[in-house]
Write a protein that binds this ligand. Structure first.
Ligand SMILES: Nc1ncnc2c1ncn2[C@@H]1O[C@H](COP(=O)(O)OP(=O)(O)O)[C@@H](O)[C@H]1O
Ligand SMILES: [Mg+2]
Length: 254
């Protein structure tokens, strides 16, 4: 297989220790796609993101990235392959300053100087520049999400997995994050976005994937599904008055 930046999951089963959460996930994301990963609370969205990043118990199946099987590799190995993650919730290094967090992220910056990259993310998120010498743990939850986003962006990954970036953010901050996601996408970055705000997600994403009970139950173009139909899928796993929609297993791949 060519080294195309394509992320392909085949029958992925994963969870936490003996607990199974993902029950056979199939997903094929091509270079430059913008995918909204949606589903009810507890569907396994965060678990899926963490599994791609090697942060759960990988049971079986395959995850191919650029043609290489990466399922079950450690997070550090995943990171070095150009996959970036913005985890859900608070930042990883609360007892370090914002600047130190960015330095951590810059540890593996490819080809470019860390100072230029920090200037770049500070220009995107001025609030981080203003508070760069404060402890990251003293930021609000939303601001910590912004910091995590900045840390991922700083590495300029080929694909970015982002888990609920808008939670706890002010409308203005949400605007900044989504604008930056759009810009990243325009620059060729593949984006897999988990977002509770389905309206916002469907505005920016081209493709909608719905997860329920650890399985993909809908996979199609974002403009092929209405908000009401999404609600039906979340609630019952089915769309009222509509025959089955395509899922990734039925889509034909090249
Ligand atoms: N660290 C963990 N250990 C054990 N179970 C977990 C852990 N994290 C999440 N779960 C469980 O996995 C299921 C899916 O959770 P999650 O992936 O966070 O769902 P979502 O992001 O779709 O809301 C839930 O039942 C949740 O309780
Ligand atoms: Mg989640």
């Amino acid at each position: 297989m060519a080294a195309e930046p394509r992320l392909v999951l085949h029958d992925v089963r994963a969870g936490y220790g003996a607990l199974d959460i993902l029950n056979g996930v199939d997903l094929d994301v091509g270079p430059g796609e913008f995918v909204a990963l949606m589903g009810p609370n507890g569907a396994g969205k965060s678990t899926l993101i963490k599994t791609i990043f090697g942060m759960t118990t990988f049971k079986s199946g395959q995850i191919h990235w650029k043609g290489e099987q990466i399922g079950g590799l450690k997070p550090k190995a995943i990171l070095s392959r150009g996959i970036g993650i913005v985890p859900q919730g608070r930042c990883n290094f609360p007892l370090m300053t914002i600047e130190e967090n960015l330095d951590m992220a810059g540890y593996i910056v490819r080809d470019r100087g860390i100072k230029a990259e920090k200037d770049y993310v500070y220009s995107l998120f001025p609030i981080l520049r203003n508070r760069r010498h404060q402890l990251a743990g003293n930021l609000s939850g939303g601001e910590q999400q912004l910091l995590e986003t900045a840390m991922a962006v700083l590495r300029r990954p080929d694909v970015i997995l982002i888990d609920e970036p808008s939670v706890g953010l002010s409308p203005a901050a949400i605007g900044i994050v989504f604008k930056e996601l759009n810009r990243l996408h325009a620059g060729g970055c593949t984006i897999i976005l988990v977002e509770q705000n389905t309206r916002k997600a469907m505005e920016v994403a081209e493709r909608a994937v719905v997860l329920r009970l650890g399985k993909v139950i809908w996979d199609g173009r974002a403009n092929e599904i209405t908000h009401r139909e999404l609600g039906d899928l979340f609630m019952s796993g089915q769309i009222a008055n509509r025959s089955a929609a395509p899922t990734s297993t039925e889509r034909s791949h090249t």
